[in-house]
Design a protein around this ligand. Sequence first.
Ligand SMILES: O=C(CO)[C@@H](O)[C@H](O)COP(=O)(O)O
Length: 248
Amino acid sequence: MAPAPIIAPSILSADFASLGKACSDTIAQGADWLHVDIMDGHFVPNLTFGPPVVTMIRPHVERPKEAFGKGTFDCHMMIAEPKKWVKDFQKAGCDLYCFHYEAAFSSNAESPEARTEEITNPKALIKYIHGLGMRAGIAIKPGTKHDVLYEILDSENKDEVPDMVLVMTVEPGFGGQKFMPDMMPKVEALRKHYPELNIEVDGGLSEKTIDVAADAGANVIVAGSAVFGAEDPSDVIKKLREAVESRR
Ligand SMILES: O=C(CO)[C@@H](O)[C@H](O)COP(=O)(O)O
C-alpha cells in the first residue's frame, strides 16, 4: 500500500507579520506538516529566512511524537550550500532537512565542516543529516531527471538512503506559480520503483491540480497559496487529503 497522505502547507504564502500564529492555526486546521521554504538568493532568485526565524516559530507547533508525525517541520533548502547549514537548522527545530540534488556536490563552495566530514555528494550529505537525528529529503528541479536518484535510493547503506523525494512541479523560487503536469512521469516512475517511498510534490498544487498528482502517486502534498489564500483552509486541506487517500 502506498504511504499515507501528508498535507504540508508552504508557509511562504503565510502572513509573515504573525508567522507563529499562522503556523499553529494551519496545524489546527488539519495540516500534517509545515513546509518551510528556505531560499538564499543564489540557488533561487529569492530570499526568505534562516535559522533564527525557524527557532522563533518552533514553539508555536508541538514537535512530532514520531518520525513524519504531525507538526513535522519540512525544511526545503533552496540554497547553494546545503551541507553548511545542517547543524544550524537541526538546532532551530527542523525535523526533515530536504536539500536539492543539484546543490549537493563538492563543486559548491566548501565549508570547514564539509571538509572535515567529507560531505562531497548527496549520499554523504544524507548520512550526515541522519547522524544529527533528522530525516533527510532530496529534491529535484524540473530540469533534473528522476533517474539520477536511483543510485542513491538503492544504496545498500540505509544511512545514505533519503526518507523522501521531492519532485518540484514549478521552478523553485516563488509561490503562486502554475503547476507543471509534465513532471508527473517522474512521479509515476518513482512510485513504480518505490511503492513505499514518501514522494512530495511542490508548486501549483490545489483542488484543481491534485487529481493529476495523486493519480501519478504523490503522497506528500505541498500547497501554499491554495491553503493560505483560501476562505476555508481546513476544507482545502481535507480535499487534498481525500484525493490522495482515494488512490491508496
Ligand atoms: O518551494 C516553493 C516555491 O519555490 C513552494 O513551496 C511554493 O511556496 C509553493 O507555493 P504554491 O505554488 O503552492 O503557491
